[in-house]
Design a protein around this ligand. Structure first.
Ligand code: 5GP
Ligand code: MG
Length: 186
């Protein structure tokens, strides 16, 4: 009793808080409103597909702010070794829902080179859904290599490595409540 919630302090490799928890929460609210409106009158089901692992917190927060019927699914991909893209996307775990005639909304933590989303959009379109749209919380425009269409976007950020709110560095910092810029030191 009486103790405040412990927010992890910045460590030596976290340079600064780029987006604080309140700002993230307000933006996710706004995005949820937009999605509630956009999908209010659709025929058929809305499937949210969170891209693991980075989008698990975003997906959980967003789906609880939706007032329209939806189902939640996940897919796991890997394209990275270390902190830079290889452009080589691997499917580690597929979705479970049948997408035929359904509206698919991909929930991605961050758009960097664009390889991951480009792969996912093409892969999902081949499954004959009614529509495929994308929501990206963070966008690094300076890093785009493949053009990708984003339907809902949270924040634009500079070309720095960020962690927190689902995003990691070698599995560390994923559960920070804010998004921080980091410089790997080891
Ligand atoms: P892309 O295929 O667009 O190059 O990369 C997208 C994926 O790269 C994201 O889903 C994320 O997993 C990873 N990624 C890109 N930039 C960052 C970053 O700054 N921090 C973290 N933690 N992951 C990133
Ligand atoms: Mg990701």
């Amino acid at each position: 009793m009486g103790s405040s919630l412990a927010i992890p302090a910045l460590t030596k490799d976290l340079v600064r808080v780029l987006i604080d928890a309140d700002s993230i929460s307000r933006r996710v609210d706004e995005l949820a409103h937009q999605i509630n409106d956009a999908y209010a009158n659709i025929e058929g089901r809305l499937i949210l597909v969170g891209v693991l692992k980075g989008s698990f917190i975003l997906t959980a927060d967003l789906c609880r702010k939706l007032t329209i019927p939806h189902v939640v699914d996940f897919i796991a991909l890997s394209s990275y070794s270390g902190d830079r893209t290889s452009g080589n996307v691997r499917l580690l775990m597929d979705t479970r829902e049948n997408m035929e005639d359904k509206h698919v909304l991909i929930i991605e933590d961050i758009l960097d080179s664009g390889y991951t989303l480009d792969y996912l959009i093409r892969n999902f379109k081949a499954r004959k859904p009614a529509s495929v749209k994308t929501l990206v919380l963070l966008d690094k425009p300076d890093r785009h290599t493949v053009p990708v269409e984003i339907d809902y976007q949270g924040f634009t950020i500079p070309d720095v490595w960020v962690v927190g709110y689902g995003l990691d560095y070698n599995e560390r910092y994923r559960t920070l409540p804010y998004i921080a810029e980091m410089y790997p030191q080891e």
